[in-house]
Ligand binder design. Sequence first.
Ligand code: GLV
Ligand code: MN
Ligand code: MN
Length: 414
Amino acid sequence: MGLEKITGRIAADLEGLKQFTATPGNGCTRLPFTKEARDAVNYLKDIMTEAGLEVWEDEVGNVFGILKGDEPDEPCVMMGSHYDSVKNGGDFDGIAGVVCAVEVARQLKERGVTLKRSFVAAGFCDEEGLRFGTGYFGSGAMLGKRDVEYCKKFKDADGISIYDAMVSYGLEPEKITDAKWPEGSIGSFLELHIEQGPVLDAEHTELGLVNCIVGIQRYMVTVYGRADHAGTTPMDMRLDAAEAATKVISRIPDWAREKGEGTVATTGFIRTTPGGMNIVAEKVEFTVDIRSTNNDYINDIATKIRVALEIETQKMGGSYEIENKLTITPVMLSEEMLKIMEADCLEKGFSCRYLPSGAGHDALEIGQVIPTVMLFVPSREGRSHCPVEFTKYSDFTKASVIMADLAQKLLEKE
Ligand code: GLV
Ligand code: MN
Ligand code: MN
């Protein structure tokens, strides 16, 4: 199989999927349970069917295509990523991994090898968690870790719950537990993804072998003060939610810096209510996303935030609420599968290196319970979660071949 032909197929699919965005001309905005998500799923179903896979969509909006092996009851090899995006994100984050999973299925068919196990290409729904402030919804549901209460609890910025969004998308959230795959049915999980950081591009390294993925905790914090006239209320007589909230927010980055070792903490969303220039803020809502390969560091920063909120809201005379939206521990990926890919890269003359992932992935959720591996391709200048995100199609080709080799080994395994 010529590499140019593979590159052509990957390019055609990614170009085709680019059109499914709510912000044409300003990056990819494909939030879960929207028209853009529906159109992308339909497109994926079509290319999976053309690739000769048996296709279905599950109870939470994940899309799967299966290439059946001779012994379909044996644990399958699954490869995939997510088809949703952030707001004004790039055209590669997640979706490239889904497209390459379909491409690996094509390559396996073309090789004409006898497969003992089945190969499954997966496109997961709502990995980003941006809309509801959560994360890994589709892959979590596949593992039986999401339920109806979860769907009712988490809401988007317009107050629409996951439950209601699913209903308007045509799904039946009451059936969510049917999305769970039987214990032991998935033998291994493979994810190909753009690096979303600068390391590979800066070093001109062709592929990244991901040895571990950071743990993540996400919170929505609400600080309550009192609305008053901004001009007439003396500074010592106001309950300013903005003052208390920002005093906490401004210290969070330093707490991450103190921990070091790649620990990061981000406040990406802040909203004041009523939100007027001349009104003291009655309420401030903000998010916190904390990540590290050391789970103790994450717990420590979360505790510092709670303590600071207690102190600052008491000083102000108001109150606060803090809601945990996601807690997931760091995960080590399969050394055995990484070694197979490393040897293959060496043999094929592709440069590679080991590196950790600071971004979360479906592999983070799935890797908690199933042997999992990730392969990164370079991101130009490390830019991601923005419209300029870019990776050469030919870089995906190299990664797809390495993953097809690994998948073949696993599929033939006794
Ligand atoms: C997903 O891309 C995340 O790391 O937030
Ligand atoms: Mn992603
Ligand atoms: Mn992302």
